[in-house]
Ligand binder design. Structure first.
Ligand code: GLC
Length: 400
């Protein structure tokens, strides 16, 4: 089975890390993945390192700059108008590349590539993997609704994303749910720890200082501001915060810049109390260096890959159970839930766990067990193989 993966981004955000996992799983079961991305970048390098053919087909600027996250609908429609001119030509070259790849399945992971795949009308069945709430993007929802009959199957990363997609796509195509996987042999409690202080250009933190990290892309809804305000509300010598990650998408205005976050932390009096590590390639080592991992998204989270990753690494996790992330943990048992957008609630949860080393250990142990049982690679690959081989046959997808 030749599976041609399509991605809009060439960076290594959550969706792209899931793409790499899916490629790994499919290869292990004898399928042949390849990658066609709308952008060059580290994702393609990683794919090639694992023996997967990967190429970028970069669209003209009018198409690259399209994107709905964080933008008003009128401006999206305006940009769409400008993109209409160069679109047919690009669709033609995209379709030609798809044809040359000889796909048995066209497996798309980004909203732009969902649209392009459908417009290209390949002979192979199209599978849309939904990493986002399409209902929150008015223009994308319209487009995907129109094009849904050209796809054979949609796979949502959570039940929550599937519910949203059903409202937009109706009965035009079957929608299944497959929770994302984590490599629990790589994300382990034991192993090397990153030196987050030197990565952030800070002197080593003193003994007894609890390390609290927010690993996230710089999308504006990932809760950086809440996290920084929560740190500012804690006793100054109790904890050091780490913002781990960077901007990965190209849609203008949808992300924080490092500059903005540094300014905000300065205004909050956090200089020297928070480090900005940038993107970290070896994430297990970053999680291991933390006592507490925070997820603070201010909009419902489609899935929230950092939650099971941090759980697999045996960390104590504080997370917002909203949207798909609510499906990932049991509050008080294997992670601690906190309400969204509330820096004081987050500060209280962080302080309580900062003061409770045995509590952190107990949560971390339960988290590891939960991640191994629920998010392992085999379960994911089984579900994916079955869904992809059934795509286009009319068989209803599994719910896993
Ligand atoms: C997107 C979603 C995130 C999810 C990831 C992987 O980045 O925003 O919630 O974890 O895709 O599916």
């Amino acid at each position: 089975m030749r599976v041609v993966f399509l991605t809009s981004s060439g960076q290594l955000g959550g969706a792209e890390r899931v793409v790499l996992e899916a490629m790994h799983g499919l290869r292990a079961r004898g399928a042949t993945p390849s990658l066609l991305s709308l952008e060059a970048g580290p994702l393609l390098e990683e794919a090639r390192r694992h023996g997967v053919d990967a190429e970028a087909l970069t669209p003209p600027a009018e198409l690259t700059e399209l994107g709905e996250a964080g933008r008003p609908t009128v401006s999206v429609i305006g940009n769409l108008g400008r993109a209409v001119g160069p679109l047919p030509r690009f669709v033609k070259s995209f379709a030609a590349r798809l044809g040359a790849a000889g796909a048995d399945i066209v497996y798309s992971h980004g909203i732009k590539t969902h649209v392009l795949a459908a417009l290209s009308r390949p002979s192979a069945p199209i599978v849309w993997h939904l990493h986002d709430y399409i209902g929150r993007r008015a223009v994308s929802a319209r487009l995907l609704g129109w094009l849904a009959r050209r796809a054979s199957l949609a796979l949502a990363v959570s039940e929550s994303v599937a519910i949203d997609a059903r409202a937009v796509l109706g009965r035009r195509l079957p929608i299944g749910v497959v929770h994302n996987p984590v490599d629990t042999d790589r994300f382990t409690p034991e192993g090397p720890q990153a030196d987050l202080d030197s990565m952030s250009g800070l002197p080593a933190a003193g003994a007894g200082v609890v390390r609290v990290g927010l690993p996230a892309t710089f999308a504006r809804w990932k809760g950086h501001e809440v996290f920084l305000r929560a740190l500012a509300a804690m006793a100054p010598d109790r904890a050091r915060g780490y913002v781990i990650g960077g901007p990965v998408y190209r849609t203008a205005g949808s992300q924080w810049s490092l500059e903005e976050l540094r300014t905000l932390s300065g205004e909050l009096g956090l200089d020297g109390r928070v480090g900005f590590t940038g993107l970290v390639a070896d994430m297990p080592s970053a999680y291991r260096a933390l006592d507490l991992v925070v997820h603070a998204s201010t909009s419902p989270e489609p899935f929230g890959l950092v939650i099971p990753e941090a759980m697999a690494t045996g960390r104590a996790v504080i997370a917002v159970p909203s949207g798909g992330s609510a499906e990932l943990f049991a509050d008080g048992i294997n992670a601690v839930g906190v309400s969204s957008g509330d820096p004081f609630a987050l500060a209280a949860a962080m302080t309580a766990l900062a003061d409770d080393e045995p509590g952190r250990r107990r949560l971390g142990k339960a988290a590891r067990e939960h991640a191994v049982a629920r998010f392992g690679r085999d379960r994911f690959t089984d579900a994916l193989m079955s869904a992809l081989s059934g795509a286009g046959t009319g068989r209803q997808p599994l719910r896993v």
